[in-house]
Design a protein around this ligand. Structure first.
Ligand code: OMP
Length: 220
């Protein structure tokens, strides 16, 4: 089925552009790819942006291929807040899940360890920000895999840039096949393009994005 650009998505993209979360220009990505757009989830820093973000995650978790789960894992740093707000949102809707995250640095005092929050046991869903070539999500998946009592059951991305992974397939396809779990995006590049086309006035941005897609994108 074709993806639908509903009112919620339109409002979210509009707020992201307004607050500089979604930017157009020239950006060098973690993968070295030079991109005409960038989504910075770290700029979702107002109460209302966080509130619409948590609602969007909670909705995907209850209405997608993501199965039942016990714990939300938010990879450091940006995933931490995203997973926390989502756990709050789910609890307000009557669904209790755990929340856990990793530290980037090992602590050698106090409680020690790199994992904080809920024990990583049972069915785990990773809450992440942006998916490009898959390096960041693979690191998060390794953390879950290293826990004997944890089973990864799904990943939710705020933005799937719909790019190729390490080979010719999409990153989503590569990671889904390798780890056997669904990856669900709240927004993807297709949504962003549909928004820009509908809105009008983004001719140059759309041209640059389409050019970029020829190099790094997948068929959409
Ligand atoms: P990959 O590790 O290549 O999948 O890139 C994903 C990571 O890049 C994210 O976790 C972000 O840290 C960062 N990123 C963004 O935040 N927004 C973008 O639009 C693009 C990237 C990126 O560098 O690819």
């Amino acid at each position: 089925a074709a993806r639908e650009l509903n009112q919620e998505k339109i409002a979210f993209i509009e707020a992201a552009i307004e607050h500089g979360v979604l930017l157009f220009g020239e950006f060098t990505l973690k993968s070295g790819r030079k991109s005409p757009y960038f989504f910075n989830a770290g700029l979702l820093y107002t109460g209302s942006l966080l509130s619409s973000t948590s609602k969007a995650y909670a909705k995907i978790l209850t209405s997608s291929r993501i199965p039942e789960f016990d714990v939300l894992f938010g990879p450091a740093y940006k995933g931490i807040a995203l997973a926390a707000i989502t756990a709050v949102d789910l609890s307000r809707a009557g669904r209790e899940v755990g929340f856990a995250y990793n530290r980037k640095e090992k602590k050698d005092h106090g409680e020690g360890g790199v994992l904080v929050g809920s024990p990583l046991k049972g069915r785990i869903v990773i809450i992440d920000d942006v998916l490009t070539r898959g390096t960041a999500i693979r690191e998060a998946i390794e953390i879950i895999k290293s826990q004997p009592e944890a089973t990864l059951v799904g990943v939710v991305q705020l933005v799937d840039r719909q790019e190729r992974g390490t080979g010719d397939k999409s990153t989503v396809q590569e990671v889904e096949e390798e780890f056997g779990v669904p990856i669900e995006p709240i927004l993807n590049l297709q949504d962003i393009i549909a928004y820009l086309e509908k809105k009008g006035g983004y001719t140059k941005e759309l041209e640059d994005i389409k050019e970029y897609r020829k190099n790094y994108g997948i068929e959409i």
